[in-house]
Design a protein. Structure first.
Length: 332
C-alpha cells in the first residue's frame, strides 16, 4: 500500500478500520490502483472492501442502494458499516471478471460470461422490487443526451478520418426514448464484477446507478473491450439470457450495444492519442482503458456484427469494419 491517499494517511486508515472491525487488519491493498480510494483490508479469516470516495453524495447513493437490495440479492456486496466517512462492504472476490476470462481456455469463457449476466439480472430484479421514484434520477433520458449518444458513430468516423454513412438519427433517437424508466446499474463494465472463491459473481460500484430501461447494463458488459469473446460465436446464448430476463428487449439491446461499442472505441482512441498503446497485462491488472489493438479490433468487429442485426444501424456495418481494419493494421 502507498504511504498515503489524497485525504487519508495510513495510520488514520488502519485506526478507523480497526475501530469498526474490532481488530487490526493484517494487510491493506488498493484493488483499484493508487488513484482510487478503495481498499481491501485482510484479516485472519476474511477480507472486506473499504471505500473512501471524496464525493459524499455518490457514497450515500451507493450506501442506500446496497442497503435496499443487498439483503435479498446475493449478487451485490453486503453493506457492513458506514463509519468515519468509510463504507465497509463484503468482499466479492479478488479476481475481476476480465482477468478471470482471460485466464481461461476459449471454450470455458462463455459459461462464465453467462453466469455474470445472470448475476446482473439478479441485481436488476431485486432493484425492481424497490420504489426508486424521487430517490434515483434518470440516466440518458433527455433528448439531448440521446441525440449525442446516437451521433457517436459520426464522431468515431471523424477521429479516424473515415466517411460516416448516412443513418436515420431521428429514428434511432425515437427508438431509445424510455417511457417507464427502471433501475439501471450503469457502468456495468466487466471489471466491476468479481469472481469469488466459490465461482459466484458479485457486481459492485453503484454510485452511478439511476433509472433508464435496464437493458443498458447488458450493453455495458457486452460492449466492453476487455471481453475476449467474438459475438458471432456466442450471440445466440447471450440473446437467450436477455430474452429470459427482459422479454422483447433484444432489438433495443442490439441498438444500444452497437452505439455503446462506438462510445468505448472513442474512449480507446482518446487514450491512444494521450498515452499510446497499453500492454494487455496492465489493462487487466489496473482496470485501465483497453487501449490494446487486439481488444479494440475485436470490439469493432463485434460492433459491426451488432450493427448488422437491425435496419436502423445496418448502414454502420462498414464503418465498424473499417475501424477494425485500422486497429488490425497496427499489428498485422
Amino acid at each position: 500500500m502507498s504511504d498515503e491517499t489524497p485525504h487519508i494517511d495510513v495510520e488514520s486508515l488502519v485506526a478507523r478500520i480497526s475501530e469498526v472491525m474490532g481488530r487490526v487488519p493484517l494487510k491493506i491493498t488498493r484493488p483499484g490502483g493508487p488513484s482510487r480510494p478503495v481498499y481491501r483490508a485482510y484479516f485472519d479469516d476474511t477480507s472486506v472492501i473499504v471505500s473512501a470516495r471524496e464525493d459524499d453524495g455518490l457514497v450515500q447513493k451507493e450506501r442506500m442502494i446496497l442497503h435496499r437490495i443487498g439483503k435479498t440479492c446475493p449478487s451485490v456486496p453486503r453493506l457492513l458499516a458506514y463509519e468515519h466517512g468509510l463504507m465497509f462492504t463484503s468482499d466479492g472476490g479478488v479476481q475481476r471478471l476480465p482477468v478471470h476470462l482471460h485466464s481461461l481456455a476459449k471454450e470455458e469463457r462463455l459459461p462464465i460470461l453467462l453466469k455474470a449476466m445472470a448475476a446482473l439480472s439478479q441485481v436488476q430484479n431485486a432493484a425492481n422490487e424497490v420504489d426508486w421514484s424521487g430517490v434515483l434520477d434518470g440516466i440518458g433520458t433527455n433528448r439531448d443526451w440521446i441525440r449525442h449518444f446516437v451521433r457517436g458513430p459520426q464522431r468515431m468516423g471523424k477521429l479516424l478520418r473515415l466517411t460516416t454513412p448516412d443513418y436515420d438519427i431521428d429514428a434511432l433517437c425515437q427508438r431509445l426514448e424510455i417511457k417507464e424508466p427502471k433501475f439501471v446499474k450503469w457502468d456495468a463494465r466487466a471489471a466491476n464484477a468479481a469472481i469469488g472463491d466459490t465461482g459466484e459473481v458479485t457486481w459492485f460500484d453503484y454510485e452511478h446507478s439511476g433509472l433508464r430501461h435496464g437493458i443498458e447494463d447488458y450493453a455495458w458488459l457486452i460492449a466492453d473491450e476487455t471481453l475476449p469473446l467474438r459475438l458471432p460465436d456466442c450471440y445466440d446464448e447471450i440473446a437467450d439470457q436477455i430474452e429470459a430476463n427482459m422479454p422483447g428487449a433484444l432489438g433495443l439491446f442490439d441498438i444500444f450495444t452497437c452505439l455503446q461499442a462506438s462510445f468505448r472505441l472513442r474512449v480507446i482512441l482518446s487514450e491512444v492519442e494521450k498515452k499510446s498503446w497499453t500492454a494487455r497485462k496492465d489493462i487487466l491488472a489496473q482496470d485501465w482503458v483497453g487501449a490494446d489493438p487486439h481488444m479494440a479490433e475485436n470490439l469493432a468487429r463485434n460492433g459491426a456484427f451488432l450493427a448488422g442485426r437491425h435496419n436502423l444501424t445496418l448502414p454502420l456495418v462498414d464503418l465498424f469494419e473499417h475501424t477494425a481494419d485500422r486497429f488490425r493494421a497496427t499489428y498485422a
